[in-house]
Design a protein around this ligand. Structure first.
Ligand code: HPA
Length: 243
C-alpha cells in the first residue's frame, strides 16, 4: 500500500473525486487510526483523506492531525494538496476566491502541534517556508495555464474554533497581517513539515469574516459557497498530480 500524492479534503470535500479503483483503508498509527482512500490518477497513486471524516463528523479542534499526517507518511506520500474553507478579512478577497496560502499565524489554544514530545530529544523545526514553495510555484503556474483565478499569497490565521470569531478579533487579525481565517491549517501544516512532506493549501473563501460583512455568518453559508467552488480546486489539484 503506497501513494505518492495525497489530497486532504476540508469542509465540503468528502469524496475522492476522480480517482480510479478507489479502495478504503484504515491505517494504524501511534496516535490512533486514520481513514484513507487510495486510488490512481494519470498513472499515479493518490491518497485521499477527509479531514473531518465522512459527513463532517469531527470538529476542527478534535481532528486527529497527527494520525492523519503519520498515516500519509507511512504510505510514502511526498506531496500533499490540502483544501480549506476560510473567511476573508480582505474586502478584495471576495467569497469564491481561491487563495494559495503562503504563511500562517497560530491562534490555536488546545492542540498538540508536534510529533516531537521529547522522546527524540528537543527538536525545533524551521518554519521559513511552512507551505512548500516548490509545490506552491507548481500550483500557481498551473492555475495560470488553466485560467483558474488564484491569489498567489495569503496569510492564514488559524483559530481554535469551533466558534466563529468576534468582530474585535477580526480587527486584531487584520492589524497583525492576516488575510484569511480558518480553523484547521495548524497544526496540519506543522506536522507535515515535521514529517518532511511537501504540503500546500488552496483556501476557498466561503464568506467575509465577522464585522467585514453586515450579515450574520452561518455554517450553511460556508458549506454552500464551498460546494459552488470546489470543482475549480479539484481540477487544479488533479492537474498538479498529472504534471
Ligand atoms: N472563520 C473561521 N473559519 C472559517 C470561516 C470564518 O469566517 N469561514 C470558513 N471557515
Amino acid at each position: 500500500m503506497e501513494a505518492e500524492f495525497a489530497i486532504i479534503g476540508g469542509t465540503g470535500v468528502y469524496d475522492p473525486g476522480l480517482l480510479d479503483a478507489p479502495a478504503f483503508h484504515r491505517i494504524e498509527t501511534a496516535y490512533g487510526e486514520a481513514h484513507v482512500t487510495i486510488g490512481q490518477y494519470a498513472g499515479r497513486q493518490v491518497a485521499f483523506l477527509a479531514r473531518h471524516g465522512k459527513g463532517h463528523a469531527v470538529p476542527p479542534h478534535k481532528v486527529n492531525y497527527r494520525a492523519n499526517i503519520d498515516a500519509l507518511k507511512q504510505l510514502g506520500v511526498q506531496q500533499v494538496l490540502a483544501t480549506a474553507a476560510v473567511g476573508s478579512i480582505r474586502k478584495e478577497f471576495i467569497p469564491g476566491s481561491l487563495v494559495l496560502v503562503s504563511d500562517f499565524i497560530d491562534m490555536t489554544k488546545s492542540r498538540v502541534s508536534t510529533f516531537h514530545e521529547g522522546q527524540d530529544g528537543v527538536v525545533h523545526i524551521d518554519m521559513t517556508d511552512p507551505y512548500c514553495g516548490r509545490l506552491r510555484r507548481k500550483i500557481s503556474q498551473l492555475a495560470k495555464d488553466e485560467g483558474v483565478a488564484l491569489v498567489d499569497d495569503g496569510i492564514y490565521v488559524c483559530t481554535e474554533g469551533p466558534r466563529f470569531e468576534t468582530a474585535a478579533e477580526i480587527r486584531m487579525y487584520s492589524q497583525l497581517g492576516g488575510d484569511v481565517v480558518g480553523m484547521t491549517s495548524v497544526p496540519e501544516v506543522i506536522l507535515a513539515k515535521e514529517a518532511e512532506l511537501c504540503y500546500a493549501t488552496v483556501a476557498i473563501v466561503t464568506n467575509y469574516c465577522t464585522g467585514i460583512s453586515d450579515t450574520v455568518l452561518t455554517h450553511r453559508e460556508v458549506m454552500d459557497e464551498m460546494k459552488a467552488n470546489i470543482e475549480k480546486v479539484r481540477k487544479l489539484f488533479f492537474k498538479v498530480i498529472e504534471a
